[in-house]
Design a binder for this molecule. Structure first.
Ligand SMILES: Cc1cc2nc3c(=O)[nH]c(=O)nc-3n(C[C@H](O)[C@H](O)[C@H](O)COP(=O)(O)OP(=O)(O)OC[C@H]3O[C@@H](n4cnc5c(N)ncnc54)[C@H](O)[C@@H]3O)c2cc1C
Length: 479
């Protein structure tokens, strides 16, 4: 009998792979090791849980352990894979009690995700200081921001939750002021969430505008949207230190010699993440962008019969053609599913990525795709030209029409679309999918201008904002 398909990590990439493999190869064994208790959860929903838009933590779960079991997947929780021996084709697994055992594999998928980095800050052991990169943190933040007598323990209604941590945070006096350190998309979502919970929120961002990968137009409008709802946005304001012994009391920004101190009684640090690759230390596996595991178009690593997918792996960028690292949910699910099929005997590409991402700040929606950054475009051999337009989201006379800003970036020589961003208050974000499709198809801006996009007054003006932007950029390309 052959050895099983072994999967490390039981979330988006890992369980997508195991489920697909099980369906395609019902007679073969698949074992999934998960180091924690949580499985099949939606990180993406955590800010909305904290905001109070989602009632119960269980609403953020997709599959329960028993449902995974019913699929015929051998799921083993509290089992951390600590080492891989590619020549012997086996992994070393450590239980929560510290016992170790070995497991042989035919094929191995590393789907270990990423973890939050905290830069110079140590958030451990300081009450009121958090990162938001696991479900227990979401439960703890939710408990911390509630007044002790108003907290509903049923919100953290999942057996896997760290109840002791939740209870401890629920018992503390509720904070009034919060610092969000880092103005990336998670920072923006957390700022909205905490403001919705009644806190006085400050966002501190290292560079000149929020949401750096979305470009300046988007960053500025999102900043305005947050400020309109009472959030204080500090740009060019890297936080130097979190201040407080047992419980956080302030953040320090600015000069080391003469720092500005902003008093806060809560801080959520969202300054970046790092791929979880430790289990492959010493194997000589090739790493790529962002320190993620470098994979080919089938998700294969440089080690024989070892695949990687999701936040721990690279993916080919649709514009540059190079391995890139943009850790997002669809990428993980899609690559996992493809690898499940490949290992089962149906070779399937994991697909390219275009860095398509969307975020909202209250009523303002923002999205981006492709390569917006001039330097990155030039590095990839393009000569980027860009235009930004402001256009109506619906016919001007139709209720609800709102100004939508569209930025398009194209290559001067070929006219090929390289990237785009959209921001506005009327269904702006989902329009990015038109641009994502255009980028995947390597369309030129003249081709985009000729697209037959839907027109009816409630949905779009005759000239959709994307068509307006393409028209203007074409003029520049022709000029
Ligand atoms: C706050 C927040 C909001 C987000 N919002 C969005 C969004 O709106 N849109 C979007 O596209 N993406 C979003 N993301 C990103 C998205 O959640 C991730 O891209 C996705 O979860 C990646 O899935 P994954 O399976 O690769 O990794 P994970 O979901 O991180 O799962 C990896 C699993 O592997 C386990 N593991 C790690 N090491 C080991 C080991 N050695 N042995 C055994 N098990 C191990 C971990 O415990 C974990 O359960 C968000 C993320 C966060 C934190």
């Amino acid at each position: 009998m052959s050895d099983p398909f072994v999967v490390v990590g039981a979330d988006a990439a890992g369980l997508s792979a195991a489920s697909k493999f099980r369906r395609e190869a019902p007679d073969r064994e698949v074992v999934v090791f998960e180091k924690g208790r949580w499985i099949s959860y939606a990180y993406c929903g955590m800010p909305y849980f904290v905001a109070g838009y989602v009632d119960r933590m269980s609403d953020l779960l997709s599959l329960s352990p028993s449902e995974v079991d019913e699929r015929g997947i051998d799921l083993r929780r509290d089992r951390e894979v600590v080492a891989v021996e590619p020549d012997a084709k086996r992994v070393t697994v450590e239980t929560a009690d510290g016992d170790r055992f070995e497991q042989a594999y035919d094929d191995l998928l590393v789907a270990t995700g990423a973890r939050a980095t905290t830069g110079p800050f140590d958030v451990r052991g300081v009450d009121g200081a958090f990162t938001l990169h696991d479900m227990d943190a979401a439960a703890a933040i939710d408990a911390y921001v509630a007044e002790p007598d108003a907290y509903d323990p049923d919100r953290a209604d999942v057996s896997a939750v760290d109840r002791e941590r939740v209870d401890r945070n629920a018992a503390m006096r509720a904070p009034e002021t919060a610092a969000v350190v880092g103005g990336g998309y998670v920072g923006v979502e957390v700022a909205e969430a905490l403001a919705e919970r009644g806190l006085d929120v400050h966002v501190f961002h290292r560079s000149g505008h929020l949401l750096s990968p979305f470009g300046e137009t988007v960053g500025n409008r999102v900043e305005e949207a947050l400020e309109a709802e009472g959030v204080s946005v500090h740009t060019d304001a890297p936080v130097d230190a979190l201040v407080g012994d047992d419980r956080i009391g302030a953040v320090e920004i600015g000069d080391e010699g003469d720092p500005e101190t902003v008093p806060v009684d809560m801080a959520v640090v969202g300054v970046g993440i790092r791929p979880n690759t430790d289990l492959l230390d010493g194997t000589g596996v090739d790493l790529g962008a962002g320190g993620a595991i470098r994979v080919d178009d089938r998700g294969r690593t440089s080690l024989p019969d070892v695949y990687a997918a999701g936040d721990c792996a690279t993916a080919r960028h649709a514009v540059t053609g190079e391995p890139d690292w943009t850790p997002l949910g669809l990428t993980a699910n899609r690559a996992g599913r493809a690898i499940g099929a490949t290992v089962a005997g149906d070779p399937t590409p994991v697909g390219d990525i275009a860095g398509t991402a969307a975020v909202k700040a209250f009523d303002t929606e923002a999205a981006r795709v492709g390569v917006l950054d001039r330097g990155k475009a030039e590095e990839a051999g393009f000569d980027p030209v860009s235009e930004t337009v402001t256009a109506g989201s619906r016919s001007g006379y139709y209720p609800g029409a709102a100004e939508t800003d569209v930025t398009l970036v194209a290559d001067r020589d070929t006219g090929r679309l390289l990237g785009g961003s959209i921001v506005g208050t009327d269904r702006a974000a989902i329009r990015i999918d038109t641009l994502a499709t255009a980028i995947e198809s390597e369309m030129t801006v003249p081709e985009i201008e000729r697209l037959d996009l839907a027109y009816a007054p409630p949905f779009s003006p005759v000239w959709d904002p994307i068509l307006v932007a393409a028209k203007v950029l074409n003029g520049t390309l022709d000029g």
